[in-house]
Ligand binder design. Sequence first.
Ligand SMILES: C[S@@+](CC[C@H](N)C(=O)[O-])C[C@H]1O[C@@H](n2cnc3c(N)ncnc32)[C@H](O)[C@@H]1O
Length: 337
Amino acid sequence: MSNQENGMPEEMKPWTELKLPDLLSSDAIRELHAAIESEWDSSRRSACQIAAGRALWKHAIHDPLAELFAGETYMRSIYEKIKKDRLNNAREISGVIVAVRTLWFDSKLEAALSSCGGGAAQVVLLGAGMDTRPYRLSCLKESSVFEVDYAEVLQVKTNILEAAANSKDEHQHPIMTAKSVRRVAADLTEDDWLEKLQMSGFEPKRNTVWVLEGILYYLSHSDAMKVLKIIADKCNLTRTVLLADFMNKQATTLSSSVFKFYSDWPDHLLPSLGFSDVKLSQIGDPDAHFGLLQDPLNLFNKLRNLPRSIQTHPDDGTPCCRLYLLQASGSPNQTIS
Ligand SMILES: C[S@@+](CC[C@H](N)C(=O)[O-])C[C@H]1O[C@@H](n2cnc3c(N)ncnc32)[C@H](O)[C@@H]1O
């Protein structure tokens, strides 16, 4: 059966061998990933895991650097999960949440930039990890992008980008699509991250889109609230757009040692902090679907059809683990007092 006949992209066929770029097996890149595996905690390593998800959903997301950032171990482990899901005809294929989430943030970022006056706004990626938006989104061409993460994560990112730029394979060369990108080494649980951002050129009075993708639930409740409050306060100064994903309480039980902050009602929380125009989406909603959830009986549809106050599935008693995608904004003349 041909690809078009069964509708399955080549790299998603369970019987295809996983092909990895040669550069991934170079000594320099291998050493970087060996250090990540032995020295980083799960929160830092999650940056590479997410990159692997994006790399393996390449029929939906064009992220040619993702394999290098993911490393061979995560590429193989997520590939095996996808293969198993395909062979078992699972209703949801591993990595689909990452794929939908990435595309949701991409599309909302593009819309937010046009709402901020044609794309010249600053963009701050908090907990940027191995996000490659400054190298893959043309909507950033007039934007100064700031990537905030731990120093060691950003250092490895820089090293991998350098290795790609020096590679003999021209297809691996990173081409920046943003106006500029600055990496800001900071810990979001410390009080100085905003100061460090400003020292790197962030202008508090300039329109800003804040991208908090896969970060809030790694923070404690008080740290996450402090970060959200700092961003909300910027609504008093300039047009501010927040794009963020939130876990509900049940979702944090998936790994109670790693996930901390949650909100069951982020669409109520954000207005209470000073944001307006708050819109909540769930995976599978019309703006968070992207044609990637073919089976109408998939878990996400089941969740969407249950009231959000319900904590466990009435059918089987399993926890209702939800990921909420939030867009919110504020401007000086709009701010709720
Ligand atoms: C799941 S990854 C998400 C990365 C990226 N936003 C993406 O979607 O590809 C979480 C990222 O948050 C970073 N992170 C977690 N806690 C942090 C903190 N306290 N300060 C700065 N970065 C943090 C981790 O290092 C990691 O890169």
